[in-house]
Design a protein around this ligand. Structure first.
Ligand SMILES: [Zn+2]
Length: 86
């Protein structure tokens, strides 16, 4: 499958970072340090279950799509020429 680049459609923003938002996720983290200034420090994290509710711009929060199908139809994506020429 071809690769795509994300460009935020918000003209005030221009971010190229897209994020996926999930809900109903169970997160488990290894506790690596107990006590001290930060009280608890964490190591490896695991996410279980959950489902995607939307894709949005990581910087301004602009809503892009509700699922993968909509994401790939979005005008915020354009062919990533650099990656596709490899
Ligand atoms: Zn944005």
């Amino acid at each position: 499958m071809n690769r795509f680049a994300f460009n935020c459609p918000n003209s005030q923003c221009s971010s190229q970072k897209l994020e996926e938002v999930m809900v109903d996720v169970t997160v488990t983290s290894e506790v690596t340090v107990i006590g001290g200034e930060e009280v608890l420090q964490y190591g490896k994290q695991t996410n279980l279950d959950g489902y995607v509710v939307r894709y949005q711009c990581m910087k301004c929060g602009q809503h892009i799509a509700n699922n993968e199908d909509e994401l790939f139809k979005s005008k915020a994506l354009s062919p990533n020429e650099k990656e596709n020429s490899r």
